[in-house]
Ligand binder design. Structure first.
Ligand SMILES: [Zn+2]
Length: 392
């Protein structure tokens, strides 16, 4: 029975044959050129036959051993190599593309095309050093300049070379304004600011946060690092103000913010802040989630917020037991809340506190860049998991 890949290759064969026909029909009729085309066409048909017969090594041998090559042959070899790469057969893809690059007769445009294809093979295989060498050769000019710079940027993200990422962003933006979202550039500055903060270099961290603000004003990550930076230096009021700003603006981040608020906001002001934040359904939900997930949180106001959330959820109300919330005895109310809290903690699989909206990747901690799809600002608290089936 034909496999999916067989159909794929058969489609490519049809395309190549059709191109060959058109070329022969409308092209010039120079005798030497026609002889070359015939020879190349025969060779590629032979190569495709090997592919259709699931003999990929023989196919690679035929493709790479053909003599002089025209544009059509080069495109076909790059396409077949790309198919090998997508099938995970990186060694074969590399052999196909390296062979093109080693051919002495190809022109600059063709060399760039082969070089980019080979770089993509190394990149897919995680051989970043070798990929980087090739992308650097494509960086200066030509058709693949921007694509190569984008790949170099991606490699910097993987290797956490944030200084270099900032420089590459600048280069990309000079060539093509809008080539990189400014939010992404702001994240690179934030990464550098966090590095500086970890090293105790508070002044440098603050300067880098200013840079991040210039790239994208009002970034919550900046506010969070500013709060942490102030807390490091014992400026609790400044830290508390930063955390409170995030709590109001982004209730989904309360899982990370509430423990910080509890450490920095004076006891006299916390009740008022909690009342304010839980005044919206998102805020109440955010506090409830934070309390459920963090067993260390025992602040009475935060626990009471979870109680109010339970009151609004029929399923959770049933879980709390008959009489909730009618019971006026504080002890029995607190016990019922703790019962629901423990049950929900057990229902949440480890490492699934956060989820990427783009690819669905789960993680246990907040990530500014999704480790799965590498998108920025797509990971948030995975509250649907906890309240699946809930009307809220
Ligand atoms: Zn993702």
């Amino acid at each position: 029975m034909p496999t999916e890949s067989t159909f794929l290759f058969a489609g490519l064969l049809f395309l190549a044959a059709a191109l060959g026909y058109v070329f022969a029909r409308y092209g010039d009729f120079d005798e030497d050129a026609e002889e070359l085309r015939e020879s190349a066409r025969a060779n590629f048909v032979k190569g495709f036959r090997h592919l259709l017969n699931e003999e990929p090594d023989q196919a690679v041998e035929v493709f790479t051993s053909s003599g002089d090559m025209d544009e059509e042959g080069l495109e076909t070899q790059i396409a077949v190599g790309g198919l090998f790469r997508r099938r995970g057969e990186i060694d074969r893809a590399i052999r196909m593309h390296q062979n093109l690059l080693d051919r002495p007769g190809i022109n600059r445009t063709q060399r760039d095309k082969a070089r980019f294809a080979l770089a993509e093979d190394f990149f897919s295989a995680g051989l970043f050093d070798r990929a980087e060498d090739l992308y650097l050769q494509l960086r200066e000019a030509g058709e693949y300049r921007i694509a190569a710079l984008r790949r170099l940027l991606r490699i910097c993200e993987v290797t956490a070379e944030w200084d270099r990422a900032v420089d590459l962003c600048g280069e990309l933006l000079r060539i093509e304004p809008g080539a990189v979202p400014l939010a992404q550039l702001a994240h690179y500055y934030c990464e550098l600011a966090e590095q500086a903060r970890r090293q105790g270099n508070w002044k440098e961290a603050s300067r880098l946060l200013d840079q991040a603000d210039s790239a994208e004003p009002g970034k919550l990550r900046c506010t969070l690092i500013r709060g942490d930076l102030a807390a490091d230096q014992g400026q609790m009021a400044v830290a508390a103000a930063a955390y409170a700003e995030i709590a109001r603006a982004a209730p989904a981040m309360l899982g990370d913010i509430l423990p910080r608020l509890l450490r920095t906001v004076p006891a006299s002001g916390l009740g008022q802040l909690l009342d304010e934040v839980t005044g919206t359904p998102e805020g109440l939900r955010g506090i409830a989630l934070a309390v459920i997930r963090d067993p260390q949180i025992n602040h009475p106001g935060a626990i009471d917020s979870l109680g109010r959330f339970i009151e609004q959820q029929p399923i959770l109300r049933d879980l709390a037991g008959a009489g909730f919330p009618a019971s006026t005895a504080m002890d029995s109310r607190r016990q019922a809340i703790e019962r629901v809290r423990k049950a929900l903690q057990q229902l949440t699989p480890p490492g699934t506190n956060y989820q990427c909206a783009d690819c669905g990747y789960y993680s246990s901690v907040l990530q500014w860049q999704c480790p799965g799809c590498r998108a920025w600002d797509t990971v948030s608290a995975a509250d649907r998991l906890l309240f699946k089936g809930s009307p809220v």
